[in-house]
Design a protein around this ligand. Structure first.
Ligand SMILES: CC(C)(COP(=O)(O)OP(=O)(O)OC[C@H]1O[C@@H](n2cnc3c(N)ncnc32)[C@H](O)[C@@H]1OP(=O)(O)O)[C@@H](O)C(=O)NCCC(=O)NCCS
Length: 159
């Protein structure tokens, strides 16, 4: 059990991402994703109101981030990542819950996302928060090439 878990996540703050967060975000992005988003992509996203990105800060340091891209009543979870040494302490779940609360408040009705079929931690997190598989995209990811599961919240009858 690590420090954050024993501290019950006191010292964790979730807040909107700003340009000043980009160095830490890009470092984590490169560590977690292939291909990673570029600095330009994040800068562009932060200037657009249909993108919503949050930072999780633990004891004043960037612990993780996540964001969605909204299109009318649906939103796609673009990314969610937590620093390796702070995983399994509930930060990813808190980030995703907060993102979804913000989205629902803004009028989003359903969330979707793509996830590598081998990414068991992420799939478990999404399933815990009510996502279920509605499709698969063959060869969606590169480096390494892999299929993506397409997960959604809610159902067709809810829309
Ligand atoms: C996916 C990720 C964001 C999860 O963040 P996290 O802070 O470690 O997750 P949490 O501690 O909040 O866990 C919440 C739930 O997710 C699931 N989960 C998280 N990590 C897991 C793991 N390694 N194995 C199994 N389930 C896991 C569990 O259901 C857990 O609930 P529980 O603690 O009640 O069992 C983190 O593993 C990560 O940054 N991975 C690299 C980036 C990535 O792959 N992002 C997803 C791209 S689609």
């Amino acid at each position: 059990m690590n420090e954050a878990k024993t501290a019950g996540l006191t010292g964790l703050e979730i807040r909107p991402m700003t340009i000043g967060d980009l160095p830490a975000v890009l470092e984590l992005e490169r560590e977690c994703f292939s291909p990673p988003w570029s600095e330009r992509s994040f800068r562009d996203a932060l200037g657009l109101d249909y993108y919503h990105f949050l930072i999780a800060e633990y004891d004043g340091e960037t612990a993780g981030y996540g964001g969605y891209i909204r299109s009318f009543e649906t939103a796609d979870i673009a990314s969610i990542a937590v620093r390796k040494n702070l995983r399994r302490t509930g930060i990813g779940e808190k980030l995703l819950r907060r993102l979804m609360e913000d989205g629902y408040r803004a009028g989003v009705e359903r969330f979707s996302l793509e996830v590598r079929v081998s990414n068991r931690p992420a799939i478990a997190l999404y399933e815990k928060l009510g996502y279920h598989q509605e499709g698969i995209r063959r060869g969606y990811y590169e480096d390494p090439r892999e299929d993506a599961l397409i997960l959604w919240t809610g159902g067709v009858s809810d829309t």
